[in-house]
Design a protein around this ligand. Structure first.
Ligand code: NCD
Length: 307
């Protein structure tokens, strides 16, 4: 039985297969509409979410399966003091696969150790968010036609933003990847990402503070929200929150074939005036998230695929 805790749990070849399956699902949704008729997905979300939880639920419904779960710690037995280990043992009796989000780093990993069904990490604290990364990879591959030879700008809260950590880990395995890490000094990527992931893999990266400096070079600009809930004090958050605002003027500095991604939710970091720019791909990205989660559910459940 396989779980998904980090994007590295799949080899590049396995990822390629998964993304190809997701693209086939996009083109031929009917083919997959009843493939999970007898399956159930549990969504155990101890932290707020819109896209991740709903896209998992939509994914299972699109496959003909059913969904159950909870969307906050308050509405689960966690409020009574139940451990994640006990909860997953119980959920294993009710569902065939579980997507779990938790504010504590490593909680889904603990769950996977006690589970008798596949567990998917749907975001653990400031650590990892592998299914967002699958979404990002599918989006980039669909829009640019490749996952190698790309210059990618990651902008905003690179310290607490788990989507950024997972995306960097996944992309360093492709050739010709170059990063611009665009953040204020206080929100730079954690040193373990710099040392253990970027430097160890000899990946080329430049750390800059000004978005204007990097934007003309980019194939992909990945914007992120300042993660208010992970700050220790409100004052620091207030100082950082509007550090970057991508607007029409900045988009004029970018290439015609650059795409803007954002895991969403957006706060102020992308002005709504950018939404109608053909290069703004963040809502399309949310749609790709459903296809890739359908492909992931099928892969982890080892469902026999239609030809
Ligand atoms: C991200 C997350 O939860 O980490 N959102 C998402 O899953 N689409 C990004 C964020 O919350 O800023």
């Amino acid at each position: 039985m396989r779980h998904l805790m980090s994007p590295l749990d799949f080899s590049v070849e396995e990822l390629d297969k998964l993304l190809t399956l997701a693209s086939d699902i996009e083109k031929n949704p009917k083919k997959y509409a009843h493939i999970c008729d007898d399956k159930r997905l549990a969504t155990c979300f101890y932290e707020p979410s819109t896209r991740t939880r709903l896209s998992f639920e939509a994914a299972m419904m699109n496959l003909g399966g059913k969904v159950l779960g909870f969307s906050s710690a308050d509405s689960s037995s966690a409020a009574k003091g139940e451990s994640v280990a006990d909860t997953i043992r119980v959920v294993s009796c009710y569902a065939d696969i579980c997507a779990m989000r938790h504010p504590k780093e490593g909680a889904p990993l603990v769950a996977s150790m006690y589970s008798s069904i596949p567990v998917i990490n749907a975001g653990d604290g400031g650590h990892q968010h592998p299914t967002q990364t699958l979404t990002d990879l599918l989006t980039i591959r669909s829009l640019k036609g490749r996952l190698n030879n790309l210059t990618i700008g990651l902008c905003g809260d690179l310290k607490f933003g788990r989507t950024v950590h997972s995306l960097i880990e996944a992309l360093v395995r492709y050739t010709g990847i170059r990063f611009y890490l665009i953040s204020p000094e206080e929100l730079r990527v954690p040193s373990y990402i710099r040392e253990d992931v970027l430097n160890r893999n000899h990946v080329s990266y430049t750390e800059v503070e000004r978005l204007e400096e990097a934007i003309p070079e980019l194939d992909i600009l990945y914007m992120t929200r300042v993660q208010r809930e992970r700050f220790f004090n409100e004052e620091d958050y207030v100082r950082m929150k509007d550090f970057y605002v991508l607007d029409k003027a900045k988009m004029e500095l970018a290439r015609e074939d650059m795409f803007v991604l954002h895991p969403l939710p957006r706060v102020n970091e992308i002005s709504v005036e950018v939404d109608n720019d053909p290069r703004a791909a963040y809502f399309r990205q949310a749609q790709y998230g459903v296809y890739v989660r359908m492909a992931l559910i099928l892969t982890l459940l080892e469902v026999e695929l239609p030809c």
